[in-house]
Design a protein around this ligand. Structure first.
Ligand SMILES: Cc1ncc(COP(=O)(O)O)c(C=O)c1O
Length: 509
């Protein structure tokens, strides 16, 4: 491909993306393809002769698009948002096009210096304590990592290293133990596995929040058993219900016990750009490391995970190895030692694009708007007495169909099969709930009404497919000509026995 063809291919691809977003509302969010669909669409081996880019782009439309789940559809309400914005897309295109990596400053001054400045911009925008910033006089600082999972792992490695260094006893590694709540993301448990440190999953209070006294009791018990606590991972915005651990209580315990405190604010960290939510990170001054994902709720395309250390010397102690570079970098800080990969992509470029083009006000508007849409959805659920809201926080509402879990299960299955909206299940307080999250930046009130109508339609057609007429005279079940419901208990408790049948029944009492 020569440079002229590259121009044409690139422009056609940008046009393709623009049309995709223009039409995204019209496409079903969940793909209808069957497992293995792609096998028959593609040749088994590499084509012998190179093909034209026109043909390749055509095949994206023909073969790839039908198998896509549309994560930026306004009807995508699963998981958490995965960030996307036009400045973010162009930033990603440019950083890929320039293709410039970095290790230390000498290998790419712009990449290192822009990253350091962007991390300070972000830290100030969230209202983090100054000691975390690169520009502070102390040893604090921030860098971009690939993912929150990786940041948690690094936080744990730092806690592990600091604890080992502080102990005179040999063999301390085998006695280390770490803590998080049972509501934390699975990546926290995985970090424990990777670091070979048992991760205790502690119970939360009735709001899904880990409290100081629970942590204190667990630490006491482990210390009495001869174990050595080294790290606590607190979550601000849990994956299931977006609950906030009590950072002030947990931080006080960590401070007293000398245990590393890592804060995982992967999704909800972005909300601190709005000062009215900063009370939820009260106690952040106790954190040793803090992480949030601009690639979730802050409009910067994946991957982009922001991580700060209060004392970066801990990261260096845990991660720095003797490199084969002959001279130390002339530039400080040397952020290559605060990460796992050897080199880094120029991800700061896309943060710069997003923050300059949106500004603080644009980011705040985006976040407040999504929270308002979630509250609008919550109101729709609350006024329908067939449903109950189980938890709600930020852009997330957890709700369920009243009664046994099977109703909610059938609702979720029915919605998923129709593919018009994408919802995910969660088990909360031993009950099945539906997570409804405002994810796409294209979502509007009309899309919320669309989702609500879809939910009600599935409820009425598949969960409670019965028309009930009550008469005092006699009791009769009338078959409307389709299938017969096997057992119909007037109290409704057994209605699920016929739930998958297309049944219309009138019940006379
Ligand atoms: C609270 C929390 N932590 C960590 C993660 C993992 O994020 P990542 O995919 O960036 O590793 C998630 C993902 O949703 C999350 O919600």
């Amino acid at each position: 491909m020569d440079i002229e063809e590259f121009r044409e291919f690139g422009k056609a691809s940008v046009d393709y993306i623009a049309s995709y977003f223009e039409n995204i509302r019209k496409i079903d969010v969940i793909s209808k393809v069957e497992p293995g669909y792609l096998k028959n669409e593609l040749p088994e081996t590499v084509p012998l002769r190179g093909e034209s880019w026109h043909k390749v782009l055509e095949d994206v439309d023909k073969v790839i698009l039908p198998g896509l789940t549309h994560w930026h559809s306004p009807h995508f309400h699963a998981f958490f948002p995965t960030a996307n914005s036009f400045p973010g897309v162009v930033g990603e295109l440019l950083l890929s096009g320039l293709g410039s990596l970095s290790k230390d400053w000498e290998t790419n001054p712009a990449c290192i210096e822009l990253e350091i400045r962007m991390m300070d911009w972000l830290g100030k925008m969230l209202g983090l304590p100054e000691e975390f910033l690169n520009e502070s006089d102390g040893p604090g600082g921030g860098v971009i990592q690939n993912a929150a999972s990786e940041a948690t792992f690094l936080g744990l490695l730092c806690g592990k290293q600091r604890t080992i260094a502080s102990q005179s006893e040999d063999q301390v590694s085998s006695k280390l133990v770490a803590y998080t709540s049972k509501e934390s993301n699975s990546s926290v448990e995985k970090a424990g596995l990777l670091a070979s440190v048992p991760m205790r999953l502690l119970p939360t209070d009735q709001n899904g929040s880990l409290r100081g006294r629970t942590l204190q009791a667990a630490i006491k018990k482990d210390k009495e058993a001869g174990l050595v606590p080294c790290c606590v991972v607190a979550t601000l915005g849990t994956t299931g219900t977006c609950a906030f651990d009590n950072l002030e209580e947990i931080g006080t315990v960590c401070h007293e016990e000398g245990v590393w405190l890592h804060v995982d604010a992967a999704y909800a960290g972005a909300v601190f750009a709005c000062p009215e939510y900063r009370h939820l990170m009260k106690g952040v001054q106790f954190a040793d490391s803090f992480n949030f994902n601009p690639h979730k709720w802050m409009l910067v395309n994946s991957d982009c995970s922001a991580m700060w250390f209060k004392d970066t010397r801990n990261a260096e102690a845990a991660l720095r190895v003797k490199t084969n570079l002959p001279n130390p970098s002339v530039f400080e800080p040397d952020i290559q030692h605060w990460q796992i990969p050897d080199s880094r992509r120029f991800r700061a470029l896309k943060i710069w694009f997003v923050l300059r083009i949106y500004g603080v006000e644009g980011v705040q508007k985006h976040i407040r708007r999504q929270i308002a849409l979630a509250r609008f959805f919550q109101q729709l659920v609350e006024v329908d007495d067939r449903f109950e809201v189980c938890a709600s926080s930020m852009g997330l509402v957890c709700f369920r169909v009243k009664g046994e879990d099977v109703f909610t299960r059938v609702l979720l299955d029915g919605v998923s099969k129709r593919g018009k909206i994408f919802l995910t299940p969660y088990f909360y307080r031993e009950q099945l709930v539906v997570r409804f999250v405002i994810c796409s930046r294209f979502t509007e009130r009309g899309d919320i009404l669309f989702a609500w109508r879809e939910i009600v339609r599935v409820l009425e057609e598949q969960v409670f497919p019965c028309k009930i007429v009550v008469s005092k005279k006699r009791r009769r079940i009338r078959n409307n000509g389709t299938n017969i419901l096997k057992v119909l208990d007037p109290s409704f408790t057994n209605i699920h026995q016929g739930i998958n049948e297309n049944v219309k029944v009138e019940l006379f009492l």
